[in-house]
Ligand binder design. Structure first.
Ligand code: NAD
Length: 485
């Protein structure tokens, strides 16, 4: 399709208009935040058909899947935000140490200014709008940039943003040239979602203006299946999390480490569930997504040479179809283990023990490759705890896949190569806010202890007063001691 691209000369103008709106105080009042979010929510509802058509045109996203993971997600995110916004905006009162009394202290969530949100193609509606919702909720002006790799979706979501008709909420469309021009502008926060190579470009550009960044990246997210797992349920949840959106999900289980005694049972159960989900011929299923473009298709096709194809393995370049595929007998140095799969190919590696799986994951983490998500399947709480305590990842889901992402009360973000910072719910509001500490002093009395001349008496009193535990700290210390920590 002819992809509408924002003329380079207009990009600085859009950012300047957003800055002017912020400087005029337009975006600060709660009323503006609410009205803008409500308008956005209404537009998502009104344009449902148009958005679902666009997602289907780009990579055959099934309509129900597209609604739940994109439109429904954004609607629910806005509803959650509107329900809590007033509370989030309240100043947080905090205690003031005895030595600094009389006085009081609180923290104000202040908008940072003009935010920039750059998003990828795989969930092109959700991953653009959800961070924008957080930026608006926090009282900022915001400029979004959808991915050129999902052109129909990008055009549809951009037209939706333009329909808000507010220069404080705008959109830039285009590819590398346009994003580079956007990054040449000064922002007060940048949230980038995508791969770690471009994340480094974004961070370098942000450094020029000391702009804080949130980087939502990807990586190889492991699933550990213990011999004590409910193997059938684990297989079903892994198959769902892996093959939704044809594996083009940042938190999809990338590979499975399964204890040897249940390896064959797990592979067979995944095969059974693939057939239940998509029928005997997934290519004929209306519920199975296509690969986004030919370069990604060919990249994925090469990964099929790793190990042995146990399930699936068929491809069709004309429709960019890759069957839900399971690879067994995969070696750690096979190509499929060398990069994030980001497609419907699931390598399964047998391990001798859960401890060995932990060691495998930690070995990769030593090189900075900490995963975005980690899945642990066991009916033993102690074993799941062992996996969580022995590893590091952006987030964790126990006996499930993907669903930790959808709980707005959990932060969503990576660590190391999988990213930095987080959003979702209050965490998104905080990401786009400056937590400003305010200490208010009374003028009724003005103790002279801190002022020169520093007499021996003052020195003695200040040394004692400053190092003495405040009654609240004393309480915390006692509670810690009672917990045995
Ligand atoms: P992409 O190619 O669509 O790129 C993302 C954005 O970067 C686009 O808006 C694009 O225009 C821009 N971009 C590309 N090259 C650029 C350059 N040279 N300079 C400036 N901007 C540039 O998407 P992608 O990166 O292929 O996305 C897939 C990756 O994103 C995977 O690694 C996946 O795991 C990760 N991801 C992470 C999350 C998350 O929430 N953590 C969500 C989805 C995807």
């Amino acid at each position: 399709m002819d992809y509408p691209v924002t003329p380079l000369a207009e990009i600085a103008t859009k950012v300047a208009a957003a800055r002017a709106a912020f400087a005029a105080g337009t975006t600060r009042p709660q009323a503006w935040r609410r009205e803008t979010l409500e308008r956005l929510r209404d537009l998502v509802t009104e344009r449902e058909e148009q958005l679902l058509d666009a997602l289907a045109a780009d990579f055959g996203k099934p309509r129900f899947e597209a609604w739940t993971t994109e439109l429904g997600y954004v609607t629910s995110d806005i509803n959650h935000t509107l329900a809590h916004l007033s509370a989030w905006m309240q100043p947080d009162r905090v205690s003031t140490p005895l030595a600094f009394k009389p006085g009081s202290s609180h923290i104000v969530a202040e908008p940072v200014g003009v935010a920039c949100v750059i998003s990828p193609w795989n969930y092109p509606v959700q991953l653009l709008l959800a961070p924008m919702v957080a930026a608006i909720a926090a009282g900022n002006a915001v400029v979004g940039k959808p991915s050129e790799l999902a052109p129909h979706s990008s055009a549809a979501v951009s037209s939706l943003i333009e329909a808000i008709g507010d220069p404080a909420v705008s959109v830039v469309q285009g590819g590398v040239a346009e994003t580079s021009e956007l990054l040449a502008q000064r922002f007060d926060h940048i949230l980038y979602t995508g791969n770690s190579r471009v994340a480094r470009i974004v961070m370098r550009a942000a450094a020029e203006n000391l702009t804080p960044v949130t980087l939502e990246l990807g990586g190889k997210s492991p699933a550990v299946v213990s011999r004590h797992a409910n193997v059938n349920v684990a297989a079903r949840r892994i198959a769902w999390g892996k093959f939704i959106n044809a594996g083009q999900t940042c938190i999809a289980p990338d590979y499975v480490l399964v204890e040897r005694p249940v390896h064959d049972e797990l592979v067979a159960a995944i095969g059974k569930h693939i057939s239940e989900f998509y029928g005997a011929d997934p290519q004929a299923s209306a519920d199975y997504t296509r690969i986004v473009n030919e370069p990604h298709f060919h990249r994925l096709e090469k990964l099929l040479d790793s190990g042995k194809v146990a399930i699936g393995g068929t491809t069709d370049v004309d429709t960019r179809y890759i069957a839900p595929t399971v690879l067994t007998g995969v070696a750690v140095d096979d190509p499929v283990m060398g990069e994030e799969v980001f497609g419907p190919i699931l390598p399964i590696i047998a391990v001798d023990s859960v401890a060995q799986a932990i060691e495998f994951i930690q070995q990769r983490a030593q090189d900075g490759d900490k995963p975005l998500a980690l899945y642990t399947f066991s009916d033993s709480d102690a074993e799941n705890e062992q996996v969580i305590a022995g590893t590091s990842s952006g987030g964790v889901c126990v006996n499930g896949t993907l669903l930790h992402f959808s709980n707005p009360n959990l932060p969503f973000g990576g660590i190391g190569e999988s990213g930095m910072g987080s959003y979702h719910g209050k965490f998104g509001f905080d990401t786009f806010s400056h937590r400003r500490g305010v200490h208010e002093r009374s003028t009724r009395i003005d103790p002279a202890m801190l002022y020169p001349p520093y007499t021996p008496k003052k020195q003695k009193m200040v040394r004692k007063g400053m190092t003495m535990l405040d009654p609240r700290d004393m309480g915390a210390k006692l509670r810690g001691a009672l917990r045995g920590k």
